[in-house]
Design a protein around this ligand. Structure first.
Ligand code: PMP
Length: 423
């Protein structure tokens, strides 16, 4: 019989060591916010495949749309033979991405690919090669995206230096002592020490850092960044791969920032579990790359496009943006009660339903508690994720379609874990 242990042994023998796995669980089936493993155990899923399942596992509408597409064709390569659903997704994204200007969109497969292409477009439009990224930012594992990712271990450990022309500014994070002023000063310092502004094509950031720890940039900071980019002719790239598709209570987090990016990346939840990513930006910026310069064999797969169109419909039909805010408030208020009982819960925060719990002890990050809660929660039937530069942040990315009773059950498990681990 197949068990988690037997699969883990085979995994260790067959799968490259660099591919991690947070929980030693192997999946048999999943539905909305519930996952069953190969041993028949049931779990509440607060991880959502890392922010991919805002509409839950196998949403019936998404499943039906993909099944219907499978009856027609699964692949032509959009660069060879076109199809309407690719155009429809682009039309939708041109409306959904914030920015009061004409927009165009290109589709790819992964978030990393979207980031790579955002940088390519910015380089082509500005005729400049430098990019500014932020400390603890996460932009992917492909080699240019990796250069932008602001964390060496584990992402680029042992691989040598990443490509040049990336400059690191400080991400504003009051909790860890970096103010908006400090962050802006760090950019001005790059201009003074490292590279002229006229050599910088883009500044890329996550409106709310994901892997870095769920720290939100303030609207005031984003507006200063926008002004700085306008002053210097630099493209502002919002990496909304994790924040996008409704997680933060607006379809894109930048809607809450009072300014818009020139180029926006999206992926993950946009297609409800099917591989789709893309970039949307100012039409004239997007058109700076000539025919053939953007694309990929699977980019905007017909199956993924069908899924994305269904996801966007489900958001409207089920009012999932309102749900994101309601779920976020419900979770935060439950966590605030737990915080009163456990001084190690240093911070409870979140934009919409992108919720983080930061664990500290004696004023220092406490990653060991985070790891203990993660495994204790799994043993009790709750799948959680951690994040943060210090690995001391628990994050909640529960499907926005999860029934309230199930969210409460998950929070109940979490409370029991805190009671057991944080004594
Ligand atoms: N950007 C951000 C903000 C992300 O959170 C991620 C994935 N965690 C990526 C890019 C990379 O996406 P992918 O893993 O699909 O390549």
């Amino acid at each position: 019989t197949i068990t988690n242990d037997s699969l883990m042994a085979r995994r260790q023998a067959a799968v490259a060591g660099g591919v991690g796995q947070i929980h030693p669980i192997f999946t048999a089936r999943a539905e909305n916010a519930t996952v069953w493993d190969v041993e028949g155990r049931e779990f509440i899923d607060f991880a959502g495949g890392i922010a991919v399942l805002n509409t839950g596992h196998l949403h019936p509408k998404v499943k039906a749309a993909v099944a219907a597409q499978l009856d027609n064709f699964s692949h032509t390569c959009f660069m060879v033979l076109g199809y309407e659903s690719y155009i429809q997704v682009c039309e939708k994204l041109n409306q959904l991405v914030p920015g009061d200007f004409a927009k165009k969109t290109a589709l790819f497969t992964s978030g990393s690919e979207a980031v790579e292409n955002a940088v390519k477009v910015a380089r082509a439009y500005t005729k400049r090669a430098g990019v500014i990224a932020f400390t603890s930012g996460y932009h992917g594992r492909t080699i240019a995206a990796l250069a932008l990712t602001g964390k060496v271990a584990p992402y680029s450990k042992g691989m040598g230096l990443m490509s040049a022309n990336v400059f690191r500014a400080e991400f504003p994070c009051e909790l860890h002592g970096v103010s908006d002023d400090d962050a802006i000063a760090s950019i001005e310092r790059i201009f003074k020490n490292d590279a002229e502004p006229s050599d910088i094509a883009a500044i890329i950031l996550e409106p709310v850092q994901g892997e870095g720890g769920f720290y939100a940039a303030s609207p005031a900071f984003m507006q200063r960044l926008r002004a700085l980019c306008d002053r210097e002719g630099i493209m502002l790239i919002a990496d909304e791969v994790q924040t996008g598709a409704g997680r933060t209570g607006t379809f894109f987090a930048m809607e809450q920032m009072g300014v818009s990016a020139d180029i926006t990346t999206f992926a993950k939840s946009i297609a409800g579990g099917f591989p789709l990513s893309g970039i949307t930006g100012r039409a004239q910026v997007m058109d700076a790359v000539g025919p053939g310069g953007l694309g990929g064999t699977y980019g905007g797969s017909p199956l993924a496009c069908a899924a994305a169109l269904a996801v966007i419909e489900v958001f409207e039909e089920e009012k999932l943006l309102e749900r994101a805010n309601a779920i976020g408030e419900r979770i935060k208020s439950a966590l605030n009660v737990m915080q009163v009982e456990h001084t190690q819960i240093a911070d409870v925060r979140g934009l919409g339903a992108m919720i983080a719990i930061e664990l500290m002890e004696d004023g220092k990050p406490a990653p060991h508690y985070c790891a203990q809660v993660l495994s204790d929660a799994r043993d009790r039937g709750l799948i959680l994720l951690s994040c943060g530069t210090y690995g001391n942040v628990l994050r909640i990315l529960v499907p926005l379609t999860a029934p309230e009773a199930q969210i409460d059950a998950g929070l109940g498990i979490l409370k029991n874990c805190f009671d057991a681990v944080l004594k």
